[in-house]
Design a protein around this ligand. Structure first.
Ligand SMILES: Nc1ncnc2c1ncn2[C@@H]1O[C@H](COP(=O)(O)OP(=O)(O)OP(=O)(O)O)[C@@H](O)[C@H]1O
Ligand SMILES: [Mg+2]
Length: 507
């Protein structure tokens, strides 16, 4: 049987980078092929070529056996291809219905047919199981829901080749499960599916086959994959064995570095009391919507608390003043990298130096001199993969942008790091390095609050785990006593109250 989609020797260069080099692989109808590889391996570039955003420098694509080259996203769409991009490409100012049907808006007598538009939007939202009003402004939805709308666009186009670029990075458990079911249906309908993810459990749950990319080359094709293949696939991705990605290092803790006293505010319903010591890595676990990000924003002063306060080194911070928090040594790396983290048009160097620059008291001249060297050092430490520190950060792969944000806070000399889902979208090898940096930071006397919805990660890196549920602390567990079962029991709301699997709207 001819493959529905084939990459034939595809190559792509950017200034200073060979993003893809002679990549060949094929996907049949009714097949889900996982595309995996480290950050910057070239996965998104491959999909952008398929989507008509980039043209390959060499090689070609074949759709149903016929060589094709797309000069625009339009041409790709017309060939029955849909891509769900890693960085969402929707218009926040438009309604959900408009976003769903963009480029294919129904018309009657030359006018936009709003009734037909709403109807089609409603039908696809129902298929996704999303109770969203099609008239809602897209920008008012949670990131997870925006991602579902992007997926809805692909369903509406009835594409026969569908590529997902890390679609679950901001989905809740429930949304992820639903997406898995939808992809199962698409497969059963005979569509060809490419699935990019750093979450190996998803790959094994979903994929029939896998292609591994490393530094722009395909290094492994596996026609059948199961969980038994994990070590083999990880080794192919990284070019080395990865034994224990957490490699936990125990350490002694010092005095209390930060105390949170009776803190409550938007999203944090019951007053939070918490102390974190110097040298401590505190995990913050909870389901989507449990209030972890909200607690971070209150601690950092990005949101004004209704009650309570935060003390750093025994001194109370003025409420609702992030500048004072930063001056006291706090740093917040937010969950939503695209909206809150990076300055896309600025260079990698400028993005990394941003927080340091605001703190530095040196003269502008001296600052310029040390800034470049210090930023370069941090870029090196975090192994941010960029052609040069001067390229716009937007040209970096998703995971490398995330590493740059972490580098920013290390460079700023922060003493207390609030990291909100810091390893989302980061490959296994790089995650392992980031954990190492976190332990090192703590060994130097720093304190880390590490929020994650990945239970294995929290169990792997934290000295102590705070479990949140519905805007309150449900329990605090020492590493020695922490088990998956215990964390999950604390994280789930009591029976009879809200069921997170039926309603995790709060994201
Ligand atoms: N528009 C661009 N300009 C310059 N370089 C680019 C551009 N797009 C991608 N690159 C570079 O091409 C390489 C591959 O990037 P790509 O985004 O395809 O990686 P990826 O495998 O998707 O990584 P991740 O898992 O982090 O998303 C990287 O080195 C990246 O910096
Ligand atoms: Mg990518």
């Amino acid at each position: 049987m001819t493959a529905l989609l084939e990459y034939r020797g595809v190559g792509k260069r950017f200034p200073g980078v060979v993003a893809l080099d002679d990549v060949c692989f094929a996907v049949r109808g009714g097949e889900v092929r996982a595309l995996i590889g480290e950050n910057g391996a070239g996965k998104s570039t491959l999909l952008k070529i398929l989507g008509g955003q980039y043209r390959p420098d060499s090689g070609t694509l074949a759709v149903a056996g016929e060589a094709r080259s797309f000069a625009s996203p339009r041409e790709s769409q017309d060939a029955g291809i849909a891509i769900i991009h890693q960085e969402l490409q929707l218009a926040p100012e438009l309604s959900v219905a408009e976003n769903l049907l963009l480029g294919a808006l129904p018309r009657r007598h030359g006018l936009l047919d709003r009734i037909a538009m709403r109807e089609r939007a409603r039908a696809v939202l129902a298929r996704l199981g999303e109770p969203i009003d099609p008239d809602t402004r897209l920008g008012d939805l949670s990131i997870g829901r925006r991602q579902m709308v992007e997926i809805g666009r692909a369903l509406l186009r009835d594409a026969r080749i569908i590529a997902f670029d890390e679609p679950t990075s901001s989905l809740s458990t429930r949304e992820t499960e639903r997406l898995m079911a939808i992809i199962g249906d698409l497969r059963a309908e005979g569509r060809a599916i490419i699935y990019v993810s750093h979450r190996m459990e998803e790959v094994f749950a979903l994929a029939d086959s896998a292609t591994v990319l490393r530094d722009g080359r395909h290094v492994l094709d596996a026609e059948h994959v199961s969980a038994d293949d994990e070590p083999r696939l990880l080794a192919a991705m990284a070019g080395r064995e990865i034994a224990d990605i957490y490699a936990y290092r125990p350490r002694t803790h010092g005095d209390v570095a930060m105390r949170v006293a009776g803190l409550a505010g938007p999203g944090v319903r019951a007053p939070v009391d918490l102390a974190v010591a110097r040298g401590e890595v505190l995990g913050l676990f909870g389901l989507v919507g449990a209030g972890r990000s909200e607690l971070f924003r209150l601690i950092f002063g990005a949101v004004r608390p209704h009650a309570g306060h935060v003390e750093v080194e025994g001194r109370a911070l003025p409420p609702g003043e992030p500048r004072a928090a930063i001056a006291a040594g706090l740093a917040l790396a937010p969950e939503d990298r695209k909206d809150q983290g990076i300055v896309p048009v600025a260079s990698v160097r400028e993005n990394v130096a941003l927080a340091w620059r605001n703190l530095a008291r040196a003269t502008p001249l001296l600052r310029r001199a040390t800034e470049a060297a210090e930023a370069a050092r941090q870029i090196g430490t975090m192994r941010v993969k960029a052609a040069s520190p001067d390229v716009a950060i937007a040209t970096l792969s998703g995971g490398n942008q995330q590493k740059a944000i972490i580098a920013r806070w290390l460079m700023a000399g922060a003493r207390i790091l609030l990291l909100d889902e810091p390893t989302r979208g980061i490959d296994v090898g790089a995650r392992s390095e980031i954990y190492g940096h976190i332990y090192g930071f703590a060994e130097d006397g720093g304190s880390v609050l590490f929020a994650s919805s990945d239970m294995a990660e929290v169990l792997g890196v934290a000295d102590r785990i705070v479990v949140m549920c519905e805007g309150r602390i449900a329990g605090i567990v020492d590493r020695a006593d922490a088990t998956a079962d215990r964390l999950l029991r604390l994280a789930l709301p009591e029976r009879g109250t809200r069921n997170p699997f039926l309603d995790d709207e709060a994201a």
